[in-house]
Design a protein around this ligand. Structure first.
Ligand code: UD1
Ligand code: MG
Length: 501
């Protein structure tokens, strides 16, 4: 009889992951295809780990090198064992048990391709197993369409056996209680029963499900734990199911974050991967994908039409129509609309990366602004700098990627080219349209462009009779009041500043 106290860990979890995954039609193992940005197998491993088992065994086979490489990184404590001949779930469990030769107690069997199965459900399954002193407890579900699944055949309410869809009679196919394929077994009884399995069924495989009939034949207790969350027993066999699974996992993640205080205006077009972290009072506008290890601090506004992968966004920042990767956006900063932040972008607090701006390896200090169509690569900007429209950081000489330093409170006029490696000192000015190829000392003004040459009367001489010539003829030749006013304004400011010295 099983008298294990509730808090004792199970002896082992065996994760079955040798199956072919042929319906995925992929060079990549099915188990490494992503659900909410993480390999499918990582969910099975997480659920297994929640039980804190003394042993964690993963039965591998098809594309085992890929699966083992993932496990070595994600779950180094997992033991892997190869099922060389895929002769069914019974054969797979037997291979797993080879790694657990002297182990006694409870063996949990799960699948690698059931991503939504939670640790909580496994714990509830084990608790039911213990409470009922069972030799085996099966996780089952009542489903509207049980086609394809093994059916739970009960006699006087007790689980008597499991019959596979392919082997079932018409009457058995009416049963809507299905086998999830997830079980708790007593180790000794499992070890005793496995060698008795025979492949005399439609698929000519060893069925672990036949263990139930075996145990009942031994007068051992078999129970079922029925879950009402059908998704937890759903496997993924093809890419249609993969997409459905992703949609459901995403729906739940989006709902989770809304309940944590995040405003999401359009849940259907918002994708949030499993490792994303959001604070309360974040607002996410439609068509936004938050991927990888992205984190967003409180008060930030993200979207619409924004994709962020591994991006850290500070408090109250605004990120609009942006594509960002491996970047940091400081508190109260503004990005977009239409900005591309490539890896290594770090925007300081109150900084601004505006429209049609691309950045890469760019540290942009607090309060610095790059508001309009610019390329900023391998760049280090101090605080309070201003980079005018159309400025290019020419960081590539055809062979090397080279850095540019721009000091605090530097002003770079529009349409300038800063040819790296170069340093613009603190407080320096660069005149519009300059191609800067040598260092600008602090506080200097650098002008590097052709002088304007005006040829008076050129249109009258070269384009006589044209509309341009007629327009020129009619012109008063006086400066427009708006321009004149602006010049006066600039002049007055200059005079005031000179007077202050
Ligand atoms: C199995 C169950 C069925 C249940 C269903 C739930 C059996 C005989 N049937 O059917 O009652 O309703 O799961 O999804 O167990 N695997 C191996 N090695 C093998 C065969 C399978 O590792 O030789 C692994 C697969 O990778 C997969 C799992 O076991 O993760 C289930 O195998 P699959 O072939 O999908 O079993 P089903 O026919 O779906
Ligand atoms: Mg299956």
């Amino acid at each position: 009889m099983n008298t294990t106290p509730a808090q004792t860990p199970v002896a082992a979890v065996i994760v079955l992951a040798a199956g072919g995954g042929t319906r995925m039609k992929s060079k990549r193992s099915k188990l490494l295809h992503a659900v909410a940005g993480r390999p499918m197998l990582s969910y099975a491993v997480d659920a297994a780990r929640a039980l804190e088992p003394r042993h964690l065994v993963v039965v591998v086979g098809h594309l085992r090198e890929q699966v083992e490489a993932h496990l070595a990184e994600y779950c180094p404590e997992a033991l892997t064992v190869e099922q060389a001949v895929r002769n069914g779930t019974g054969g797979a469990v037997a291979v797993g048990m080879e790694k657990l030769a002297d182990v006694r107690g409870e063996i949990v069997v799960t699948y690698g391709d059931v991503p939504m199965l939670s640790g909580e459900t496994l714990k509830a399954l084990v608790a039911a197993h213990r409470a009922d002193h069972n030799a085996c407890t099966v996780l089952t579900a009542m489903v509207p369409d049980p086609t394809g699944y093994g059916r739970i055949v009960r006699e006087q309410g007790q689980v008597a056996r499991i019959v596979e869809h392919k082997d079932a009679t018409e009457a058995e196919r009416q049963i809507t209680e299905i086998n999830s394929g997830i079980y708790v077994f007593d180790a000794d009884l499992l070890r005793a029963g496995l060698p008795t399995l025979q492949p005399n069924n439609m698929q000519q495989e060893l069925y672990v499900t036949d263990m139930i009939g075996y145990l009942r034949g031994q007068d051992a207790r078999v129970g079922a734990y029925v879950t009402d969350d059908l998704w937890q027993t759903e496997g993924v066999n093809d890419r249609v199911q993969l997409a459905r699974m992703n949609a459901e996992v995403n729906r739940r993640l989006v709902e989770h974050w809304m309940l944590e205080g995040v405003t999401i205006t359009d849940p259907k077009t918002t994708w949030i991967e499993a490792d994303v972290d959001l604070e309360s009072d974040v607002t996410i506008l439609p068509n936004t994908q938050l991927l990888g290890a992205t984190s967003i601090a409180t008060g930030a506004l993200i979207g619409p039409d924004t994709t962020l992968r591994d991006v850290e966004v500070g408090e109250n920042a605004h990120v609009v129509r942006c594509h960002g990767e491996l970047a940091v956006i400081g508190p109260n900063a503004e990005v977009g609309p239409y900005a591309r932040l490539r890896p290594g972008t770090v925007l300081g607090q109150r900084g601004r990366i505006g429209t049609f701006v691309e950045t890469k390896n760019a540290e942009i200090g607090a309060g610095s602004r790059v508001p309009h169509f610019s390329y900023v690569g391998d760049a280090y900007l101090g605080e309070g700098a201003y980079v005018g429209a159309g400025t290019t950081f020419a960081n590539f000489d055809g062979q090397h990627r080279l850095p540019t330093h721009v000091g605090d409170h530097v002003f770079v006029g529009a349409n300038s080219v800063l040819v790296a490696p170069i340093e613009i000192g603190d407080g320096a000015y660069v005149a519009a349209g300059s191609a800067i190829t040598s260092d600008v000392p602090p506080g200097a003004l650098a002008v590097a462009r052709g002088r304007e040459h005006v040829s008076s009367g050129w249109v009258r001489r070269k384009r006589p009779g044209s509309r341009a010539a007629a327009a020129a003829e009619d012109a008063t030749g006086e400066v427009h009041p708006r321009i004149a006013e602006a010049r006066v304004r600039v002049q007055q400011t200059n005079e005031q500043q000179e007077a202050q010295q």
